[in-house]
Design a binder for this molecule. Structure first.
Ligand SMILES: [Zn+2]
Ligand SMILES: [Zn+2]
Length: 170
């Protein structure tokens, strides 16, 4: 069984991510509750994207009792503190990820699989891009299409139906 992290120790640690969250809570006069740090602790262990349901399951698995509304509110705080980002891909429920290096999201519209790529050409273009009367803070690029697995399946399905109609014609 996984050992339950000591949240008091975690909250008092010198980790820059933990400190950033503590500073944000202090600056906004918010209480530094064990629940909020338990949620942050969990999120810091996740690589990549997660949904609220997935996060809740992990926290439950750690043995913490944290209500859904607390999970939701803490996520909102982390977004406001610029530590977490929300993505809403077409036709999918909201996903969250810690703010890391900019990357492009390739979304398969058939199976919903998500691929993250670092596109240095696009990043260079966006870093140089200036908009009139607007200061860019960050940007997100979602590319919708078909993943190679789905493309193969579609091709096979098409071939099968072609074979079928060829047989019928005979
Ligand atoms: Zn796919
Ligand atoms: Zn991502």
């Amino acid at each position: 069984m996984k050992t339950v992290p000591n949240i008091e120790e975690f909250a008092a640690s010198n980790n820059p991510v933990v400190r950033k969250f503590s500073d944000y809570l202090d600056a906004h006069g918010m209480r530094k509750t064990t629940e909020r740090y338990a949620i942050l602790n969990r999120i810091m262990d996740i690589n990549g994207h997660f949904t609220i349901e997935e996060l809740q399951q992990m926290i439950d698995g750690d043995g913490f009792r944290v209500s859904r509304s607390t999970v939701y509110n803490t996520i909102e705080l982390l977004i406001e503190a610029k530590m977490l980002r929300r993505h809403v891909f077409e036709g999918m429920q909201a996903q969250y990820e810690r703010i890391t290096l900019p990357h492009t999201h390739l979304v398969c519209t058939t199976c919903g699989k998500l691929k993250e790529v670092r596109d240095t050409n696009f990043a260079a273009f966006m870093n140089a891009r200036r908009f009139n009367a607007f200061n860019t803070d960050h940007y997100s690029l979602y590319v919708y299409g078909t993943c190679s697995t789905c493309a193969r399946k579609l091709k096979r399905a098409r071939q099968a139906s072609n074979d079928d109609s060829a047989k019928k014609r005979k």
